[in-house]
Design a protein around this ligand. Structure first.
Ligand code: 5AD
Ligand code: SF4
Length: 492
């Protein structure tokens, strides 16, 4: 769960002038990067009238952007929104909105369950937020926008600096999903696949670059099928090439890739395009063909391994991460063993593993051979223990190397420290102050931790060349830092 922050950015001159009359909005986000992006889109839509606050008690409007991927995420929403009832009793003018995937799934049931909610809208409805608020202001008691439109196209919303992190940002290139993996609720809550026109995406990246953003992650439920339905102007490899040409100074990433649709052309982009960082998140979900088939994944273990092999041939230093589900209905010990042997073989730098959670309306929720919780729990622990060792080994391999880092933020918990990211997506903690945020620096990695690295700043190389380690005062005396794991996996 994250509250969208002002991050020291303001909504621009016009908005600052009107500061006195501005209202405050708290946007709380559960779930994936797509939801985080949607929350910044809502901040942009509201930027003319609202500032952001992290404190719901201080807000005129609270928006809870929800996730329904696993049951636990849904439960968290109910307990949080339940607590806002008191706030509303004290301040009847307070508006409470629940949006995102649970809103799409539950629709008016949310109003029934929590009558203090004023607005319910799904991922397609959020673009009408200003109009929905106007209807409330005009006296309408409740507003809902939770229909899924087959002909939906993603509107272009000018990006406001409100809610943006200092150095990195997401850009949605497509949303929805046509795959219907049997465990997954996404097609039911985000609708069919729709790609944005390449021109809109390039424009949006331009706006972000103008605001100082240096690391852009392209988002979609299945980015590899970008443009497949037409109307986008290009395919995914074409889009990556266009961005690389137009914005050669940025770091470019994307997520999520469906292994079946990962084309050789896209793999070759990792070799061909300087902007494209050498990291790929490629969710495998399971290592057994029998389970993959029942998940409706449309690739075999062998095909997945062949793609990994080809990727590593094309880009030997590529960092691979993945998602896994354990305890899928009917998963036998032998199937699970195959997942472990796949982990052992691929050696992912990081794996996000989840116990299977039956989701309403999905095919797998109707399978009869559901597994007991204790079996799921035991398998998850065994998998995480194995991955912990593999991950640490991957991180240790970086000890003693010099890495190019983008400093993303002041460390949230450790004074005098900043957090940075390698091109391979490893988080590095280093000594330094706010003046480093947003800068590309080089650091020597001196210690690997479970999900992060410790680094020592080197002199900077504005021309990108290595000119020696340790000639910067910040490079000295960095022995007292403690690492913070930033793995966002909730292992529900
Ligand atoms: N149960 C558990 N994990 C799930 N995921 C998706 N649906 C479910 C579910 N029903 C996991 C997948 C996906 C990640 C975002 O969440 O591993 O890649
Ligand atoms: Fe993202 Fe899926 Fe959760 Fe929706 S249900 S917020 S698409 S992870």
């Amino acid at each position: 769960m994250k509250a969208l922050k002002n991050q020291g950015r303001t909504g621009g001159r016009h908005e600052q002038e009107a500061q006195g009359s501005r209202k405050r909005c708290a946007i709380i986000t559960f779930g994936c990067q797509m939801n985080e992006y949607d929350s910044t889109t809502m901040a942009s839509l509201l930027a003319g009238e609202y500032d952001l606050t992290e404190d719901p008690a201080d807000a005129h409007l609270i928006i809870v952007n929800t996730c329904s991927i696993r049951e636990k995420a849904e439960h968290k929403l109910y307990s949080l929104v339940g607590r806002f009832r008191r706030l509303k009793e004290r301040r009847p003018g307070l508006r409470i909105a629940v949006c995102g995937c649970v809103a799409q799934q539950e629709k008016e049931r949310l109003f029934q369950r929590m009558p203090h909610i004023d607005m319910v809208f799904g991922p397609q409805g959020l673009y009408r937020l200003p109009q929905m608020l106007a209807r409330l202001e005009a006296g309408q008691e409740r507003v809902m926008a939770a229909e899924l439109d087959e002909g939906f196209s993603i509107p272009a919303v000018p990006r406001s600096p409100l809610g943006l992190e200092p150095a990195r940002a997401y850009v949605t290139i497509m949303q929805g999903c046509d795959n219907f993996c049997t465990y997954c609720i996404v097609p039911y809550v985000r609708g069919r696949e729709v790609s944005r026109p390449a021109g809109d995406i390039l424009d949006e990246i331009g706006q972000l670059v103008d605001m100082g953003i240096k690391d852009v992650t392209l988002l979609g439920q299945n980015v590899n099928s970008y443009g497949r339905k037409g109307g986008a102007g290009t395919d995914f490899a074409g889009l990556l090439s266009m961005i690389d040409r137009q914005y050669p100074g940025i770091r470019l990433r994307f997520t999520t890739s469906h292994p079946r649709d990962l084309s050789v052309e896209v793999m070759e982009c990792f070799e061909r395009l300087d902007t494209l960082c050498e990291h790929l998140h490629l969710p495998v979900q399971a290592g057994s063909d029998r389970v993959l088939k029942r998940m409706n994944r449309h690739y075999s273990r062998r095909e997945y391994l062949e793609k990994v092999e080809l990727l590593r041939k094309i880009r030997p230093d590529i960092v691979l991460t993945t998602d896994l589900i354990v305890g899928f209905p009917g998963e036998e010990e032998e199937d699970f063993r195959q997942t472990l042997t796949l982990l052992d073989r691929v050696r992912f730098a990081q794996a996000f593993a989840f116990k299977y959670s039956p989701r309403p309306g999905t095919a797998a929720a109707r399978f009869e051979d559901q597994l007991p919780e204790d079996v799921k729990g035991r398998r998850l622990s065994a998998l995480l223990a194995m991955q912990e060792a593999i991950g640490l080994e991957c991180y240790r391999a970086l000890e003693g190397t010099v890495q190019e880092l983008l400093v993303e933020r002041v460390h949230p918990h450790q004074e005098g420290m900043v957090q940075a990211r390698t091109r391979g997506n490893h988080v590095v903690n280093l000594q330094g102050g706010p003046e480093l945020v947003g800068r590309i620096v080089h650091a020597e990695i001196y210690q690997a931790c479970n999900h992060s690295l410790k680094g020592r700043l080197c002199a900077e190389y504005p021309d990108g060349n290595h000119s020696g380690i340790g000639d910067d005062p910040l490079a000295r005396g960095s022995s007292n830092e403690d690492h913070t794991d930033v793995c966002t996996c909730d292992n529900t």
